[in-house]
Design a protein around this ligand. Structure first.
Ligand SMILES: [Zn+2]
Length: 336
């Protein structure tokens, strides 16, 4: 039980505030939407914890009862978590026995979409009676990873909820959801935390140093959960523009292609911002490089947007990185 207070304490104040606001309203299906990194998953989890808690208050779950503990150890009979397997594994949720078996025997790779089989289990779950007698909850995250079949199966369940089941869908791409799914849910737009509040949370709640917190929050464009995810690249972040300018591919060692494109996008954005006379968003002005013409930087931005679409499936990640860096090098060194 020792892990419980730590978890409760690490819930960010702006998530706690939104939890209170949502609990004060009636709704059996919520759709939490907004840009990534604002804590959609954390808020969804806080909601289901409160719904199922034996001693919930207007503030949320108690953090200490049998139900809260069961969620803590990922074994609550009345909670169904619907996620792509890659996300389940990353967030420490157990897969179904069958799915785990298939992965253990290398029959297939973990899915990046919410699988039809998992949705079938969820539909069956929603028709069962509650094991603990406090109703049931289904958490779907990221909801945009449903394909048209799984989305339609969920839609049926949302339209005719059998018994006492509540839903929370969390997404950073609400526009990719079926309109019928969106219209079946109460919508909530994620609230951006104040800059100082987010800095304080990164330092006090997550044990990040003051200097790192500043770099990370800037690197993540003010999104605290994204900032935390960027901790492993914090030390090299400020050197990126210079390194890329010199064509140094090694700064991206062990980065995923999508992370590289994201970082280059941010460099490009800030170089353009400074050129236009405004303030950079992701880097400190002193980290940026002096060069780059307007034309070459805008051409680079366009090329990066195009790579964004193919980056999930590069045929050769190493070659792709080299190509991306050399593209950046040309733009940053261009002279009028
Ligand atoms: Zn509780």
């Amino acid at each position: 039980m020792s892990a419980l207070p730590a978890t409760a304490a690490s819930v960010a104040p702006w998530i706690a505030e939104q939890t209170r606001a949502l609990l004060a309203q009636r709704g059996h299906a919520w759709l939490l939407a907004g840009p990534s990194g604002l804590g959609q998953y954390e808020l969804a989890l806080a909601l289901v914890r409160a719904w199922l808690c034996e001693r919930a208050t207007a503030q949320g779950a108690c953090g200490a009862c049998g139900s809260c503990h069961a969620i803590e150890v990922r074994a609550h009979a009345d909670l169904c978590v619907l996620m792509p397997e890659t996300v389940m594994l990353a967030l420490n949720w157990p897969l179904s026995e069958k799915a785990q078996d298939e992965l253990d025997n290398k029959k297939r790779k973990p899915s990046k979409e919410i699988r039809v089989e998992a949705m079938r289990d969820a539909v069956e779950f929603s028709q069962r009676t509650s094991a603990r007698g406090r109703g049931k909850a289904v958490l779907v995250f990221p909801a945009e990873r449903m394909n048209v079949y799984t989305a339609n199966a969920l839609l049926k369940t949302l339209e005719e909820p059998a018994g006492d089941v509540k839903f929370v869908l969390a997404t950073d791409a609400a526009h990719q959801l079926l309109p019928t799914i969106r219209s079946r849910c109460l919508g909530h737009t994620m609230v951006w935390p104040q800059h100082d509040e987010a800095l304080h949370w990164l330092q006090q709640g997550q044990g990040v140093s003051a200097t790192q917190a500043l770099v990370l929050l800037r690197a993540a464009g003010g999104r605290p959960n994204d900032a935390l995810r960027m901790l492993p690249v914090c030390d090299s972040w400020r050197q990126l523009p210079q390194a890329v300018r010199w064509g140094d591919v090694s700064v991206f060692k062990n980065w995923m292609p999508a992370q590289v494109v994201d970082a280059l996008h941010k460099i490009c954005h800030d170089q353009l911002a400074v050129k236009a006379g405004s303030v950079p968003r992701f880097f400190a002005s002193s980290d940026l490089v002096a060069g780059g013409t307007w034309a070459s930087l805008t051409a680079w931005a366009k090329a990066l947007s195009a790579s964004m679409r193919t980056v999930e499936h590069p045929f050769n990640p190493g070659l792709l990185q080299e190509a991306l860096v050399s593209q950046a090098q040309i733009a940053l060194n261009s002279k009028p």
